[in-house]
Design a protein around this ligand. Structure first.
Ligand SMILES: *[C@@H]1O[C@H](CO)[C@@H](O)[C@H](O)[C@H]1NC(C)=O
Ligand SMILES: *[C@@H]1O[C@H](CO)[C@@H](O)[C@H](O)[C@H]1NC(C)=O
Ligand SMILES: *[C@@H]1O[C@H](CO)[C@@H](O)[C@H](O)[C@H]1NC(C)=O
Length: 158
């Protein structure tokens, strides 16, 4: 009975306890005209230790971390942190709290702002999130795909 042995490490890899790296806005990056509320809903929950990577056009945007009041007003005048060098910025969510980021170039008013709640790491066992149910079928699919491929190769060879 080797199958559970194979499944176990695959399941661990997809466990929500591991730090994830998220590209803010996915392929759209950190730009005007992206609905970051939709993006956050798609990728939630975020956990402590996860990384956010902002990709932006050099000289066209910055990443300004602010508090909730400033976030609501698009006010970048008293930032917690601000970053505008190069074309990308990686930020680690290393506290359990809600983070607020805006762009100070005027696009915030059109929605170039993102608010992310970093949650505590879930206990490793039993994993409470929906990731577990997703992980098992994926693991099965990978194994069966590998088995089909192996069978195909064998049938070609012999
Ligand atoms: C973004 O999408 C959400 C639904 O996911 C919607 O409620 C919200 O109004 C949208 N925001 C903008 C600025 O379009
Ligand atoms: C970001 O920081 C730099 C240097 O500390 C400062 O000159 C600039 O005004 C800041 N920008 C914002 C939006 O706070
Ligand atoms: C928090 O994350 C930043 C990177 O975004 C890192 O430079 C800093 O050292 C971290 N702080 C702690 C206490 O881990």
């Amino acid at each position: 009975m080797t199958l559970p042995v194979l499944l176990f490490p695959l399941f661990l890899l997809s466990s929500p306890g591991f730090a994830n790296k998220y590209t803010v806005g996915d392929e759209k990056g950190w730009n005007p005209g992206v609905n970051y509320t939709t993006w956050v809903n798609k990728h939630s929950p975020f956990h402590i230790g996860d990384w956010l990577v902002f990709y932006y056009q050099s000289g066209m945007a910055d990443v300004v971390q602010v508090d909730e009041t400033a976030y609501n007003k698009c006010d970048a005048s008293h930032p917690i942190s601000n970053y505008s060098k190069g074309r990308s910025y990686a930020f680690e969510l290393n506290h359990t709290k809600r983070y607020y980021f805006i762009c100070s170039y005027g696009y915030c008013y059109q929605g170039m702002k993102v608010s992310i709640l970093a949650q505590p790491l879930p206990p490793p066992s039993p994993p409470p999130s929906g990731d577990k149910s997703a992980a098992i079928p994926v693991a099965f699919a990978q194994i069966s795909a590998a088995a089909v491929a192996a069978a195909a190769v064998l049938s070609l060879l012999f």
